[in-house]
Design a binder for this molecule. Structure first.
Ligand code: NAD
Length: 242
């Protein structure tokens, strides 16, 4: 069955890889890319897949933007099968010097954005008795490094939200899962110097960083009919770090 999928943070490295995987999985699959301020990569992908890949403005921290986006998707595509809560960012600092603004910002984009997304789609998915929600957490949720109290708390919160929400909607044919990527080659790692990248790779038993396509493959599986009995899970994708 062709699927209609919404991917938030759709202009990012993982967002583009996720969209590409869903578009390649079946010729009739439709993907909506939620974009905030930057949209260059998302626009390029939409041009490659006319009528199947669309952009939609969506700051995931703003409830009214969720309402508008879901209503536009439903009137254009008629249904929404898969939501990937992928938008997020990290802004690292030691707790002793972390400002309220940085704490709030990271909690908002990662955790509140995921909550608002789940709430925005649940009624529709319950009505169609089918839905797949995949929340992008992080290895930092399971093994928090120093300097990431905000990001680790937000991403660990996503796992708690996923487990609890999965139980609430299991009987309605909706699955809710989280994935926890380790070091993945995207813009999120641009702040790392070449030495830091080498050091990061040395911490990975596979001795390399992950590719966005490797995370996308797992998300595609969790969205597929084959994963119907998997819900409330948190799948780490980290080359064996943990
Ligand atoms: P990225 O920086 O390339 O993309 C993140 C995207 O999220 C960007 O397009 C950004 O604009 C968007 N975004 C941030 N805040 C937003 C908001 N409030 N509303 C809408 N969009 C917003 O990074 P990525 O690696 O593609 O990250 C995707 C997800 O994967 C993030 O949640 C990130 O925390 C998670 N993650 C990444 C890694 C990694 O190593 N790259 C590891 C673990 C988890």
């Amino acid at each position: 069955m062709p699927t209609v999928t919404l991917i938030t943070g759709g202009n990012g490295g993982l967002g583009i890889a996720l969209a590409t995987a869903f578009l390649q999985a079946a010729p009739d699959n439709v993907v909506w890319l939620g974009v905030r301020n930057r949209r260059n990569k998302a626009e390029a992908l939409a041009e490659e897949h006319p009528k199947r890949c669309h952009l939609i403005p969506l700051n995931v921290t703003v409830d009214t933007e969720w309402t508008a986006a879901i209503s536009e998707i439903l009137s254009a595509s008629g249904r929404l099968d898969v939501l990937v809560n992928n938008a997020g960012h990290h802004e690292d600092a030691l707790l002793a010097t972390m400002s309220d603004a940085i704490w709030q910002d990271v909690l908002q984009s990662n955790l509140t954005g995921t909550f608002l997304g789940c709430r925005a789609v649940v009624k529709h998915m319950m009505g169609q008795r089918f839905g797949r929600i995949i929340n992008i957490s992080s290895l930092s949720a399971l093994m928090a490094p120093a300097g990431q109290t905000n990001y680790a708390a937000a991403k660990a919160g996503i796992i708690g939200l996923t487990q609890s929400f999965a139980k609430e909607v299991a009987r309605a044919g909706i699955t809710v899962n989280a994935v926890c990527p380790g070091y993945i080659e995207t813009d999120a790692l641009v702040q790392m110097s070449p030495e830091e990248r080498r050091a990061a790779a040395m911490r990975v038993p596979m001795r390399r960083l992950g590719k966005p396509e490797e995370v996308a493959a797992a998300v595609l599986f969790l969205a597929s009919p084959s994963a119907a009995y998997i819900t409330g899970a948190a799948l780490k994708i980290d080359g064996g770090i943990l």
